[in-house]
Every structure is written in structure tokens, then in C-alpha cells.
Ligand binder design. Structure first.
Ligand code: PHE
Length: 453
């Protein structure tokens, strides 16, 4: 940890690149390889892709800058950060808002750990298969088994807690720096493979040839939720990461880099998973029901990927092992950012030791995840929809309103100018302040109203 540069002994990321990779590490995760491809396949393919890209640009990016700015300004936990930018009369509501953000991050982690646990199962399964322990290997891959979901979820949460208790730059930065390039390379290799298989072309067409009749209020709402989920906005994670960012980095640039890496990886994941769906179907895996809607949409990726590795013969085991190992690490760099939110807040606000707080809060979230495992239907979907489609966008918006309407303009400008001295004369400062103030709220209102009609 590099504490020496700040008056307060608080951790920071050691370099700008380290921060971008860590923040991109938070953003890149199950949202990219599970959320995005599943949503794209469910919502009609290419048309969803386009609406999603639009959402990233017109809502995700501007709000990402807002959240990072709040965190970096006060270099403190979300509860302190949100109240530091507002005048005294607004302190309590601002603190309340950050507290809801903290609950949202915890709720996201509670379902995230279950999905990531399934990845852990798929990662460990080839090892047991090689050892001849076929029954264990199959048990690990059965996402519908309560016992296996529970064990793998607990393992994943244990790893998350273990990293978070050691603090920000040691734990987070070092994982993210190594992982991202490897992940991209493996994806590209797998895309090259899947496109040689029968059926892949149908997936590509679905993904890249838009049919605009699929656009509806619901679909736009889903795209917005997915963009917030994937960019880690509205759960105070980017606020916390912003608080560890040094003052010499440009926020608009940093946010743009994070958004581009995240969106690029989601796009690549789609290039793999949608064709893989149709290849799997070609090989006899049922992916649509009689009415033409996707079967078990949440679990789709988890049946399609193993099916793809199954077509690779002996190599398949090794490739599956590497693929799922990388996916588990990608999920970990996101889950640690989620756990960091309540842990940093509670330990700083109540003066508790970080290690103890990590175990305590991690334990509580694990208990809640267990409850979801035991009542998967309907609890899983309820938590996913409530946290990603409602809480994240609404909180993201409320943070933007604080930035746009309540934060004193000169102070905001001052914060953004750090690391970006020419900001005041550039186009960003001409557009962004009124954009988050007026346009973002109107856009989101439009999306919510349209999805209700
Ligand atoms: N963005 C992460 C992903 O795509 C999930 C996440 C959401 C992380 C909200 C932090 C906050 O997997």
C-alpha cells in the first residue's frame, strides 16, 4: 500500500494503469459473460446489442464519471463521500443514499457468489474427472443441486473475504493486472474455434443482424439495467474505487477507458456465447422451448459452455479448466469490489479492524446467499431484478443528481480539473454538467415509464 502520499493513512492504487485495471476488473465479470449474452439472446440479439451500446454511452459513461468524482473528492468511504459534497442540510439524506448503496452492493454479492460458485464447480470438475472421480465431477457441475451450489458459493465467498481483508492495492490490483490480457486472448482463441462449428453462423446472425421489431419498453429497461450492472454503477463500488484513486489521474479519461474495456469484453463474450448456443443446439442441447423462448435463461450459459468444451475431445478438459479458472478470477475481481463497499464503510465508520469487518460482513452475506440457494425459485430472480434493474439505476441517478444539482459547481470543477487541467476549456465541461443534471434524469424517467406501459 502506498500511504505516504496522503495525509491520512489510506490505501491508494499505485499507478493510473493499476487503477484502470482494477476498476475494469470490477466491471468485467459475470455481467459480461453471463448477464450480457443471456440478455442479448433473450431480447432478440443484435437489436439489444445496439440499445445496450447506446445505454453505455448516453447513461453509463456520464454517471460513471459522477460516481468516481464523488469518491475521489473526499477520499473516504461512500457514506462520508456522499455527505462531503453536499451542504449541511443535505447530509443526512446523502448518507442515507450511500447506505442504500451499501445494501445494494451486498445484495448483488449475495446472488453473484452463487453464480460464481457454479463457475468454481465447472473449474474443479475436470480435475476430479481426471482423477476418475466421475460422481464428484458431475455433482460439481449440477447447478440445480443445492448442496453443490452451497459448497461452491461458500468457497467463492471465502476467497473474496480473504482478498478483501488484506486491503486494496495488494489484493485487488495485482489480480486485475495479470488477468485481463489473458482473458481476451483465450476468448479470441475460443471464438476462432466455435466459428468453425456447424450452427455457429445462426448465432452470429442473431448477434449482428438487427431485427428492430424486438425493441420494446421492457427491452430498453433491461439494457439499461445490464449497462449499470456491467459498469458497476449505482452500488457505490466506483465511489469506493474513486476514493483510492490519486489526484493526478483524469476522471473523464479514466472512466472512458474503464467503460471501453468493459464494453469491449462484453462484445467479445457475445461473439463466443451466441454462436456457442446454436452449436450446442445443433449438437442436441435444448435451448429453446416449443414457443421459441429461451429455456432456463439464467442457467443457459452454464449449459452451453460445457457443451462447447464437450465437442473438443480430449483437449476440451484442459481448455475448460483454463477457461473457468480465468472466469473465476474475473468474478473475484468483481466480488472483491462489491465486498469492499460495506467493509470499508463499516470499518471506517465504526473504527473496527478491517480483517474482522471483512469476516463479519462476508459471513452475513454468505448467510443470505445460503437463503437464496435454499429458495432459489423465486428468491434468486427477485434479488437480481431488484438490485440490478431498479436499485442500481435509481441510485446511479440520485448520485448524479447530487453531483449535478447540489455539489457546488466550483468545487466540482476543481475536482475534475485535478489530473485534467485543461478540462474547463474542453467539450467535456461544456456538456457533462448540464447533461447529468437534466438529460440523464429525463432519459431514465423515459425508460422507466416506457417499461411500465
Ligand atoms: N460489473 C460486475 C460484472 O459485470 C458486477 C458488479 C456490479 C460489480 C455492481 C460491482 C458493482 O460482473
Amino acid at each position: 500500500m502506498t500511504n505516504s502520499t496522503t495525509a491520512k493513512p489510506r490505501a491508494q492504487f499505485s499507478s493510473k494503469l493499476g487503477f484502470v485495471l482494477a476498476a475494469a476488473g470490477s466491471a468485467v465479470g459475470l455481467g459480461n459473460i453471463w448477464g450480457f449474452p443471456t440478455q442479448t439472446a433473450t431480447n432478440g440479439g443484435a437489436a439489444f446489442l445496439l440499445v445496450y451500446l447506446l445505454m453505455v454511452v448516453i447513461l453509463g459513461y456520464p454517471l460513471l464519471v459522477a460516481e468516481l468524482a464523488i469518491g475521489r473528492y473526499s477520499q473516504a468511504n461512500p457514506v462520508k463521500s456522499a455527505s462531503a459534497i453536499v451542504p449541511a442540510a443535505f447530509r443526512l439524506p446523502a448518507r442515507g443514499l450511500a447506505f442504500v448503496g451499501l445494501l445494494t452492493a451486498s445484495a448483488i454479492l449475495s446472488f453473484y457468489a452463487i453464480l460464481a460458485g457454479w463457475l468454481v464447480g465447472f473449474f474443479a470438475s475436470p480435475v476430479f474427472e481426471l482423477l476418475g472421480m466421475t460422481a464428484t465431477s458431475e455433482w460439481l457441475e449440477s447447478t440445480s443441486s443445492t448442496s453443490s451450489s452451497f459448497v461452491t458459493m461458500a468457497l467463492f465467498m471465502g476467497a473474496t473475504i480473504y482478498i478483501v481483508k488484506n486491503g486494496v492495492s495488494e489484493g485487488i490490483e495485482c489480480w486485475s493486472t495479470r488477468l485481463m490480457p489473458l482473458l481476451v486472448v483465450l476468448f479470441l482463441v475460443l471464438i476462432g474455434y466455435i466459428l468453425t462449428q456447424d450452427g455457429a453462423k445462426d448465432g452470429l446472425i442473431m448477434y449482428l443482424k438487427p431485427d428492430f421489431s424486438h425493441i420494446s419498453g421492457d427491452m430498453i429497461h433491461n439494457a439499461m439495467g445490464q449497462a449499470f450492472f456491467s459498469l458497476s454503477i449505482g452500488a457505490c463500488t466506483m465511489m469506493v474505487y474513486g476514493s483510492y484513486l490519486k489526484k493526478d489521474a483524469s476522471l473523464p479519461k479514466t472512466a472512458a477507458q474503464v467503460a471501453m474495456i468493459d464494453t469491449g469484453i462484453a462484445f467479445i463474450a457475445g461473439l463466443l456465447i451466441l454462436p456457442a448456443m446454436f452449436v450446442a443446439q445443433n449438437n442436441g442441447v435444448a435451448i429453446y422451448d416449443d414457443n421459441g423462448s429461451l429455456l432456463q435463461s439464467g442457467g443457459l450459459v452454464f449449459s452451453v459452455l460445457p457443451a462447447m468444451f464437450g465437442t473438443m475431445g480430449g483437449m476440451g478438459l484442459a481448455v475448460a479448466f483454463v477457461f473457468f479458472a480465468l472466469m473465476v478470477i474475473a468474478a473475484l475481481t468483481s466480488s472483491i469490489s462489491l465486498l469492499e463497499v460495506p467493509v470499508s464503510t463499516v470499518s471506517e465508520e465504526f473504527g473496527l479492524e478491517r480483517k474482522k469487518t471483512a469476516w463479519l460482513i462476508g459471513g452475513l452475506i454468505t448467510a443470505f446467499s445460503s437463503l437464496i440457494v435454499l429458495n432459489q425459485d423465486p428468491l434468486f430472480d427477485i434479488v437480481v431484478v431488484a438490485s440490478t434493474e431498479y436499485a442500481q439505476p435509481i441510485l446511479g441517478l440520485l448520485f448524479a443528481l447530487l453531483v449535478g444539482w447540489v455539489w457546488r459547481r466550483d468545487k466540482l470543477l476543481n475536482e475534475l480539473k485535478q489530473g485534467h487541467p485543461e478540462l474547463e476549456t474542453g467539450w467535456f465541461w461544456k456538456i457533462w454538467p448540464w447533461y447529468v443534471r437534466v438529460v440523464c434524469p429525463l432519459l431514465m424517467l423515459f425508460v422507466f415509464v416506457k417499461s411500465l406501459l
